[in-house]
Design a protein around this ligand. Sequence first.
Ligand SMILES: Cc1ncc(COP(=O)(O)O)c(C=O)c1O
Length: 424
Amino acid sequence: MAIQTQSSRASGPARVGLAAGDPEIASLLSRDRERHNHTLNFIASENYASPGRARGARLAPQRQVRARATRVRYYQGVGLVDDVETLAIERAKQLFGAEHANVQPHSGSTANQAAYYALLSLGDTVLGMDLSHGGHLTHGSPASFSGQQFTFVSYHLKADDETIDYDEVARLAREHRPKMIVAGASAYSRIIDWAAFRRIADEVGAYFLADMAHIAGLVAAGVHPSPVPHADVVTTTTHKSLRGPRGGLILCRAAHAKAIDRAVFPMLQGGPILGAVAARAVCFREAMQPEFVVYAQQIVDNARALANGLIAGGLQVVAGGTDNHLLVVKLLDRAYTGATLANALERAGIITSKSTVPGETRSPRQTSGVRFGTPAVTTRGVTAAQLGRVAELIVEVAEDPDDEARLGRINGKIREIAAELEQI
Ligand SMILES: Cc1ncc(COP(=O)(O)O)c(C=O)c1O
């Protein structure tokens, strides 16, 4: 019989810092952090979580599997983490004035998938915004499960002012009688009229799903109208303007609560990621504080300042400006593509994403647009005045994206502005 000695006994993972435990990953993460600090991050879907939220994610037990719906036990020993999840649910309901919340979806895409599975049958007709006009992949792209499992019909922006064509939405709804209408976008810069979508959905007997993934922080702060009073189901991510951990959230009317919960678990997911649920609870509490309203308003003020500067410099902006956290520069009149400009901007230290635009003539890999968002730089404390200077530098890059000497000079100026901001 083998006797286990102190030295041979199995022990848990050694508690060493990342730098000592895995220097390769530690070095890559530290270099990426450095990159963030000397550049300006205008990715509209990104943000920096507060230390409180990051700590919440780390402290929650990562080891607990707990495949379950809240308070329906498949595993013993989960009482306190049930309390964490219950608190997250109650705070989400309070923050957004919702009847029911599910805080378990791992991402915004999963949240949308759960909403479709809860309310639709495979093959049902759904009305969603066209991808090149600002919609999301999960709103019916043929490359996504949504376009493959459901029959999506797309609505568009109006040709004149590039705002949502509510008349077209109504016409398509009458013609196709969808089971669901989806509103919300990844690249739409104006206020969304949720009540108009509700009226159209009611007229044709459709469910109304609002995907506020991008603007949840603005909604929480009252800077953008809330879809919650109007929609049957509201989905969102928690990591964009809401400034929480990466993840998803579903809010819905009480009548849909059971169907939504079952679609998340056991239909789509197993155990929730408890660290992320705890961090979501911290995020919802932070978003209830008066400082968060100031932050959300500053996001919008900053996006307007950037849009105004770019327009003054001769660049075209989709819909002529912004009411929220993002704007899309339109390059249909230029000889170069969105990909070319986004790459040149990156060499100058300005981090953006290429984006398709209404009237798109180029492939999704090239595109004719570049999207800019202000949540992340606003977290670092950027001001509208600083963004006025940045807009001038963006205009200079757009004048000749191939001029490497110019990009190098602008990179120096961006580093100076980045050094004035909070370091992450
Ligand atoms: C409108 C919208 N919905 C859903 C998602 C999906 O979020 P995730 O990347 O967490 O799956 C996004 C992501 O950017 C989005 O913009």
